[in-house]
Design a protein around this ligand. Structure first.
Ligand SMILES: Cc1cc2nc3c(=O)[nH]c(=O)nc-3n(C[C@H](O)[C@H](O)[C@H](O)COP(=O)(O)OP(=O)(O)OC[C@H]3O[C@@H](n4cnc5c(N)ncnc54)[C@H](O)[C@@H]3O)c2cc1C
Length: 391
């Protein structure tokens, strides 16, 4: 295991940081505090940022050059993720398209699908969302009931998806639907479905944070063209599983970078309220700092394994639990230590210059649910890492 960066990787980091300094107009925290913005205009800020990243060659970097990438190594991709979080850059709006669907099309899609969808996905001209979960199928995804029936050159899709992130702004949705009711896994097919058609309705869901980034998506005989089936009919489960594997890809460095920035804000807040010198406060802060270092070291280990050609294994569940549960601990500690000062931020947006800890506290719960809940990760660790008996 070699945890040091090569001179080329260092040079990439320097080039990237210079580019960020010259191109990122305002950190995201300033954008969201600007009273001139609403949720739609913030999406446009994110779209414009995605275009900049794309034009500079920083999107889909690990993809082949033919599809807009530069065949970058996982280490370069991780350096990019880390630098974006450090700089507090906006999150691109098409992260589901680029992180999940893009690799799925490159590995399993047809040439025509790649030509049709990848360029507009990269340029953010078409925003994608993911239609996997249903009211009765989340952790147990194979229980999904949305069905697709052949109809000439199309399939007709009927059913309901839920928690569709970015659904309210998306142009297309990639959907898992049942083409065979009897075959639990082999009866699932992967479709690309346009949202702007009579048979699709996205209803935004109001979240506890006050935002509506998700939707419930209803299909009532919606049309999906046969040529927009990814892979073959009945291959959807296999493709979905590889897609979900990409989700755990190169984020290993991103989380510690993000939490480090949050910690710096917490330290500032504690200095402002005059409690930074207290030994009990310092002990709790130190614990968060050490845990974040542990997370980064573990991330570097994973990165070294990925760089030497290993596929992400069940150990990625350890990382998933660690960062998502840490996010909860960090925000709970911040609320506790900052007291009323932290609560001020949720409505009085200008009260503090940086973090909205009250929002972070509410939002942190989500991380322990999406991409496999903490309980599911613990099951994976018990079975596949610790090899514990099932009974
Ligand atoms: C922020 C966010 C964004 C999301 N975005 C999308 C999206 O864009 N597209 C999409 O398709 N989905 C999305 N999801 C849905 C997400 O994939 C599901 O929420 C997740 O898979 C859990 O499913 P569920 O909500 O149905 O909960 P359930 O699976 O019903 O779980 C309920 C509870 O039971 C526990 N549990 C379930 N099974 C077991 C078990 N075998 N052993 C022990 N405990 C268990 C779970 O841990 C959980 O605590 C998103 C979710 C969140 C929170």
């Amino acid at each position: 295991m070699d945890l040091s960066f090569t001179p080329e990787q260092q040079a990439f980091r320097v080039e990237l940081e210079a580019w960020l300094a010259g191109n990122l107009a305002r950190p995201w925290n300033e954008e969201i505090r600007d009273p001139a913005h609403d949720s739609d205009s913030l999406v446009e800020v994110r779209r414009a940022w995605q275009r900049k990243l794309h034009e500079a060659g920083y999107l889909g970097m690990g993809w082949p050059a033919e599809w807009g990438g530069r065949g970058a190594s996982v280490v370069e991709q991780a350096i990019l993720e880390e630098a974006l979080w450090r700089a507090d850059a906006p999150q691109i709006p098409n992260f589901l398209g680029i992180d999940l669907l893009g690799p799925a099309l490159i590995h399993h899609g047809s040439e025509a699908q790649r030509r049709r969808f990848i360029p507009k996905m990269l340029s953010a001209d078409e925003i994608w969302c993911q239609g996997f979960s249903e009211p009765g199928a989340g952790s147990d995804l194979a229980s999904l009931r949305t069905r697709a029936e052949p109809d000439g050159e199309h399939f007709r899709i009927t059913g309901q998806k839920v928690w569709t992130t970015f659904g309210p702004w998306a142009d297309w949705i990639f959907v898992l639907a049942r083409t065979d009711a009897e075959d639990r896994y082999g009866g699932i097919t992967f479709f690309l479905v346009p949202i702007d058609q009579p048979g699709v309705e996205v209803r935004p869901i109001l979240q506890i944070t006050g935002e509506s980034e998700f939707g419930e998506t209803f299909f009532d005989g919606a049309l999906a063209r046969r040529e927009h089936v990814v892979g073959k009919v009945g291959e959807g489960w296999r493709i979905a599983m590889t897609v979900l594997g990409y989700e755990r890809g190169v984020q290993t460095m991103a989380y510690p970078a993000r939490f480090e920035r949050y910690l710096a804000d917490l330290v500032r807040g504690l200095r402002e309220n005059g409690t930074l010198g207290r030994s009990d406060v310092r002990a709790r802060l130190a614990r968060l700092i050490v845990e974040n270092q542990v997370m980064r070291s573990n991330g570097l280990r994973t990165l070294a394994n990925l760089a030497s050609g290993e596929a992400p294994g069940p150990e990625s569940s350890i990382e998933k639990i660690f960062w998502s549960e840490y996010a909860k601990r960090q925000s709970e500690t911040a609320l506790d230590l900052l007291g009323p000062q932290a609560q001020l931020t949720i409505d009085a947006r200008h009260a503090r210059p940086d973090m909205d800890w009250a929002r972070e506290f509410l939002w942190a719960r989500a991380g322990t649910i999406y991409s496999g809940s903490s309980e599911i990760q613990r099951n994976i660790i018990a079975k596949r890492v610790l090899r514990m008996p099932t009974r």
